[in-house]
Design a protein around this ligand. Structure first.
Ligand SMILES: Cc1ncc(COP(=O)(O)O)c(C=O)c1O
Length: 322
């Protein structure tokens, strides 16, 4: 039904005060807020008033609130699909039609960017239909409940194995791994492990353990800084430059590490440029430092976006494997 036809059928004598007649059509518009008499030659439609009018219309008085709702919900009609106000902030007293709620939320989410056009944050832009289907089919499983869902946990172990082979695990080596809800959690768990390791060492040596610090470049993704804030570690954020290709600068790493450094965050796939930071070069600097001082500083490689790409590229990450 066209809007104009819909509207014309709603006019009632009670509306006469706000009713005006559009010069270009014969329809009576009960919802117009601005009249031609006020000197304008167009009418303005107030959508909220229109919806109110639709709900209060006497022809709907006898109906239950979901009956008579528009049955085919579309982005253009979803606001009319329930005869009762659907609050955004409270559960409606008498419920709400599922199809209308679904469509209204879908309409609102349409205002977000489109992932497949989002090359700015370059993550999660496309997924195969089959992968999406598997996710939807298993949404109701609680991943932390290993007893209830052993098949999923066996698959989890196989994923750790697949990734360790991708990264060149050798005979006799054992890879340890765990799924996380994203790189932020991986960074936080990795950072915590480095902090605990440092604390235990300081305990054994009877040294102060109140001033831990961690090294990262100023290009670091916000999750890395969050680790420092959440877990009370001083963030030593080192400048990046054209010379360092806007990545963590090995020269500055050398100058900023000390006995309180719990670790160095090195990124494979900088969020802003996609660059890999020089993991090997920084590892050598830390080896030299250990030789001189006896302090072994570990690295956490944040491979949020590069970890599943590097092994398939010229970078030959992990050494020859296939
Ligand atoms: C380098 C880097 N580290 C960490 C993150 C955080 O990842 P997540 O959003 O999966 O927690 C991102 C996300 O863009 C990233 O690019």
């Amino acid at each position: 039904m066209s809007l104009a036809r819909h509207v014309s059928s709603l006019s009632t004598p009670k509306d006469s005060q706000s009713r005006i007649t559009d010069r270009t059509s014969a329809f009576v518009l009960p919802f117009a807020r601005q009249s031609l008499n006020e000197g304008t030659n167009h009418t303005q439609v107030d959508p909220d008033h229109l919806i109110e009018t639709l709900r209060d219309h006497p022809s709907k008085a006898h109906r239950h609130h979901v009956q008579g709702a528009i049955s085919t919900v579309t982005p253009y009609s979803s606001r009319y699909a329930s005869e009762q106000e659907i609050s955004k902030f409270k559960i409606p007293k008498e419920g709400a039609p599922a199809d209308a709620v679904h469509q209204m939320l879908k309409d609102e989410l349409d205002l977000d960017g489109r992932p497949n056009l989002n090359l700015a944050s370059f993550v999660g832009t496309y997924m195969e239909r089959e992968a999406e289907a598997l996710m939807v089919e298993n949404l109701s499983k609680n991943m932390s409940d290993a007893d209830e869902y052993p098949a999923m946990m066996a698959m989890h172990a196989r994923c750790v194995s697949i990734i360790s082979h991708l990264w060149g695990v050798q005979n006799g080596e054992t890879a340890i791994g765990s799924a996380t809800t994203g790189s932020s959690e991986a960074i936080h768990l990795g950072g915590l492990a480095m902090k605990r390791r440092w604390q235990e060492k300081r305990d054994k040596e009877g040294k102060d353990k109140t001033k831990p610090n961690i090294i990262m470049g100023s290009n670091a993704q916000v999750a890395l800084e969050k680790f420092a804030r959440y877990f009370e570690v001083e963030a030593r954020i080192l400048d990046v430059s054209e010379k360092s290709l806007y990545r963590l600068d090995p020269e500055l790493v050398k100058k900023n590490i000390d006995e309180n450094t719990i670790g160095v965050f090195v990124i494979m796939g900088s969020t802003y440029t996609g660059h890999y930071e020089p993991v090997e070069e920084i590892s050598k600097i830390l080896d030299e430092y250990e030789e001189k001082t006896g302090n072994d500083i570990p690295i956490h490689v944040d491979a949020a976006s590069g970890g599943f790409i590097a092994p398939f590229t010229y970078a030959h990450a992990g050494g020859p494997k296939w």
